[in-house]
Design a protein around this ligand. Sequence first.
Ligand code: AMP
Ligand code: MG
Length: 488
Amino acid sequence: MGTLESLHFDNGFARLPEAYYSRVCPTPVPDPYLVCYSPEALALLDLDPREMARPELVETLAGNRLLPGMEALAALYAGHQFGHYVPQLGDGRAILLGEVKNSAGEGWEVQLKGAGRTPYSRGGDGRAVLRSSIREFLCSEAMHALGIPTTRALAIVGSDHPVYREDEETAALVTRLAPSFVRFGSFEVFYYRNQVEPIRHLADYVIARYYPDLQNLGDPYPEFLRQVALRTAGLMAQWQAVGFSHGVMNTDNMSILGLTLDYGPFGFLDAFDPGFVCNHSDTGGRYAFDQQPDVAAWNLTRLAQALVPLMSVETASQAIGEYPQAFAGAYVERMTAKFGLADGEEAVPLIMDALQLLAQNRVDYTIFMRHLCAFDSATGAPNAPLRDLFLDRAAFDAWAARYGAALRRQGSDDAARGAAMRRVNPKYILRNHLAEIAIRRATDQRDYSEIERLHRLLAHPYDEQPEFEAYAAEPPDWARTIEVSCSS
Ligand code: AMP
Ligand code: MG
């Protein structure tokens, strides 16, 4: 484990032509303080946890100083926002400090979100508030622990510098890590400017670094697009299976690496509700929970369009043509595993009917799935804790009879099946109200212990953690009044 002095910067993105970014330094904040950090993310940079105690590191994560080897920049991109093309977005408040090469040979880009204004800030202040930074920090690390591809979060640094949203709040910066923050919109911006070479050059860069196997192909671009589509399909299957709603699936928030990117008004399902809209500003429900796989397909079409200068329209549409099947296949596979079912064909109607019952009875999705791990298939016993989740007991009984029969037909060993199911059905997720409690303690009392507690708990979402039983419960009544807006 190393020190700040032993960090090795590579900065591949900064070596690209300046067409892709603007060089800009973070704007310092007064009197920064460390709010929380992720030891697991720190290890990705080979940094010893004791380094966190050094004022130089906090100053760096506040944007108040650069380390030797850093080359700060804000990336340019465009994107389709709520269906409409916006020709210039870009990192309006995120600044890439550089890319660290770790001892395992991995490259991790280090980015500060909330680091001040950039040439892409438009009317914005370039800042992020503590509230939304806590949500991004906790969710990034929780998603990673769930096994879902995502950007990572290293730390939050706060400052009492005021930031004005609906009310006055305080500033914070999240340090994010990812192999790359390139988005669908990073390609779109050049397509709409009719600039072919920058599209090709960026594709070559992404392929060489992140899809190196494709370099041997004579024409790598169609396969590159196909692989982005497949990664996106896999990501959507994971979101849908865990009950995660992103909230702002604009093409500028779609990672070229298939990572969950840009945490804003996201939410996990509590009661199962296919039409769940976590973003209160999304009045049309464009990004409702059950729309996500289709939205991703639409977004892939936008990416394919942007890559058309590199291939024919037919080739591009073929390259993303496998997406629906790839999504459906991955989703059914995950759901089948979550239900502990062996046979795909018999499983699908059982799963779909269960989801419908959950929706009708507004049953908590995560609690249902976790209770299902203990389903007794042998005796036809009533499985009381599960049954009690339903208002319509008769409908549950009818479903449970079918489910039990299917398990018996597949020769289920309940103990083994339960153990396997507990590895794919988390007990603990970042429910909105849990994040809200941590946020209120942090903003009202400067008490960051609840963030740390949640971070530790969510690092092991599939384990029983008896001391944290209350964190697995349904949201309390007061949670209904929490509103998550786009303002962050
Ligand atoms: P988002 O919907 O959060 O992914 O952001 C969309 C665009 O708005 C991106 O270009 C962001 O960089 C920019 N943006 C969001 N908030 C701010 C802010 N407070 N200051 C400057 N730019 C911002
Ligand atoms: Mg964004």
